[in-house]
Design a protein around this ligand. Structure first.
Ligand SMILES: [Zn+2]
Length: 111
């Protein structure tokens, strides 16, 4: 899960994630133990970057919902500020964006 690696900086949390595949191009991602949230992702109608951004965004919301309250929980943290980076698509490529400067910081999954 390439987006998940980015969310484990600066330190790894105990993460309970489970992927329930539905064939080759879809599945349900469940978070928490016991499961407290799940989301269905389907590859078919999306460009790959959009899927990566959707997964990264959902993971960020499920695993670190309070990161705007506590800067130390910001994952992944913006190198220039103390807010979390935001997953966005730019020219069909999945990026982590700084929401303050509105600029791409680095590719998702490429630490
Ligand atoms: Zn920033």
């Amino acid at each position: 899960m390439l987006a998940l690696g980015d969310l484990q900086e600066p330190g790894a949390n105990e993460l309970a994630l489970k992927w329930h595949p539905e064939g080759d191009n879809a599945g349900i991602l469940a978070a928490g133990e016991p499961v407290n949230a799940s989301q269905r992702f389907e590859e078919d109608e999306l460009v790959p970057a959009t899927l990566v951004v959707r997964v990264a965004d959902w993971l960020q919301n499920q695993l670190f919902p309070d990161s705007t309250v506590s800067p130390t929980d910001a994952r992944p943290v913006c190198p220039g500020h103390d807010h979390p980076l935001q997953a966005r698509v730019l020219y069909d490529v999945a990026w982590w964006f700084c929401r303050t400067s509105n600029s791409p910081i680095r590719l998702i999954g490429e630490s």
